[in-house]
Design a binder for this molecule. Structure first.
Ligand code: ADP
Ligand code: MG
Ligand code: MG
Length: 453
């Protein structure tokens, strides 16, 4: 988006320096905090979470479109998570080529066979978008991906510009699930990584829960071992809800014990956010299959308007399964690699493949089933804007930036009854256009604010 800050302001170094000083203090005053790179495991010294000096212009129409489609996405994720046949078919080949997806699918298969132990489902997801802005065409909202596990950065930098408080909405969902579990003394367990620079983000949600007299604890996979009568106990405390802020990438499972803990949680009566099925719905492979003709209709048979609203946000997504369709995708990518992004089944940023590297990777897996570990996606042509990225220790200089809009969704289902289905806020993240990949936690993107135009 080029609707940017006037040149004269961007070039006024004295003004920029003054604004940056004020902005950093304001971030600290408002609790927009992160632990430091040097001491990522301690809050003795903290710094501001990196953010942009200026907000970024976002057309009001597409912003509202993104908020409006979120409750439909919540329903879609939830419906797909209940469709065993669909998940099996969508993921079978990918799970064979990608060990991580394979292990998740193993847990899914085992617990499906045994029968799900808990009929209450809590979903907290974030659907991410970029704006496709080609010459002469209006900005089109295109989904990059949907995150169904550990979708982070719900703390609000933004409350003063637009009403936005995702942490409160996520906490409402957690509180509702906890209440339905029906045991006053049970706790909400945040399942966390060993080292958490982004801990303040969790604390926002924890504090919201404590203020409702709901106890929260923080534990790691290594702390989980006891199930009695299907109930999950940790240090003598019954767990009503397990909120995963860990477990979304292979490195989160360093030992077999971590996988056993994941399975143990899945089989227990605790409400899982997400459960294993919902986790799998967030894979890039499922995203690609959902974009195939007729698939959305399977989930919304009598709702053409809902189907249209969701489909309008789809970018081009292409299968790399074995067979003629996959061969066509390979040929298309090889002919014009700069028009695409090659994506493995990974989360957390930094895993995608671009440009000539796409050809190298596809040549490497040629003639084998390994290519089904990936999907191919049309590259979104987003416009850049000039901004200053404020990050501790970084020089103050203008950067050419790209932005990504995230929308948070929360839902709670009990059996067949949808008890809550809401869009609870947004998150704009911006990065220098040199960094094609990576999120805030990965240290590339920074927090931003949409300025609706
Ligand atoms: P992850 O789960 O690792 O966050 P994403 O699908 O969000 O994976 O991709 C990571 C980053 O790569 C995105 O934040 C975005 O900057 C860039 N990206 C992903 N898909 C596209 C695309 N289709 N067009 C342009 N950039 C993309
Ligand atoms: Mg992701
Ligand atoms: Mg992402």
């Amino acid at each position: 988006m080029e609707q940017g800050i006037p040149e004269a302001i961007l070039a006024d170094t004295k003004l920029i320096q003054d604004l940056a000083d004020v902005a950093k203090d304001t971030a600290l005053l408002n609790g927009v905090l992160m632990r430091t790179k040097e001491e990522p495991g301690s809050s003795e010294v903290v710094t501001y979470a990196p953010f942009t000096l200026f907000p970024t212009a976002v057309p009001r129409g597409v912003f509202e479109q993104a908020l409006a489609v979120q409750t439909h996405y919540n329903l879609l994720v939830d419906l797909v998570s209940q469709d065993t046949q669909f998940l099996e078919e969508a993921l079978a080949s990918t799970a064979e080529s990608d060990v991580f997806t394979g292990r998740l699918l193993d847990i899914y298969r085992q617990t499906t066979k045994e029968g799900r132990s808990q009929s209450i489902v809590l979903g907290l997801n974030r659907s991410d978008y970029m704006l496709d802005q080609r010459e002469g065409a209006p900005a089109a909202l295109k989904q990059i991906e949907i995150n169904t596990i550990a979708a982070s950065f719900d703390m609000c930098l933004t409350r003063r510009i637009l009403d936005n408080n995702p942490a409160a909405g996520l906490a409402r969902g957690l509180a509702k699930a906890w209440e339905l579990y029906g045991s006053e003394r049970a706790v909400v367990m945040f399942l966390v990584e060993d080292v958490q620079r982004n801990i303040m983000d969790h604390r926002c949600v924890e504090n919201e829960l404590w203020s409702r007299n709901i106890r929260t604890i923080r534990r790691r996979f290594g702390d989980i071992s006891l199930v009695q009568d299907k109930r999950l106990f940790v240090d003598g405390q019954e767990v009503a809800v397990v909120y995963f802020r860990d477990g979304y990438m292979p490195q989160n499972y360093p030992t077999e014990q971590s996988w056993e803990a994941r399975l143990l949680i899945e089989r227990s009566l605790a409400i899982k956010c997400p459960d294993i099925a919902t986790h799998l719905v967030g894979t890039k492979k499922v995203q690609q299959v959902l974009a195939q003709p007729g698939i959305l209709e399977r989930f919304f048979p009598d709702q053409p308007r809902v189907v249209q609203q969701i489909r309008d946000t789809f970018a081009g997504l292409y299968t790399l399964d074995e067979g003629p369709e996959g061969d066509k995708t390979v040929a298309m990518a090889m002919a014009n690699p700069d028009r695409f992004v090659l994506k493995p089944q990974r989360e957390g940023g930094g895993n995608n493949i671009y440009g000539s590297e796409i050809c190298r990777v596809l040549e490497g897996v040629q003639g084998t089933s390994k290519r089904t570990a990936y999907i191919l996606m049309e590259k979104i042509q987003a416009r850049t804007s000039q901004n200053y990225l404020l990050r501790r220790g970084a020089p103050l200089q203008p950067s050419k930036c790209l932005s990504e809009l995230g929308v948070f969704g929360v839902y709670v289902r009990q059996g067949t009854n949808m008890v809550m289905n809401e869009c609870v806020g947004h998150l704009l993240r911006t990065k220098s256009s040199e960094h094609a990949d990576g999120g805030v936690a990965a240290g590339v993107a920074v927090l931003d604010n949409p300025l609706l135009v």
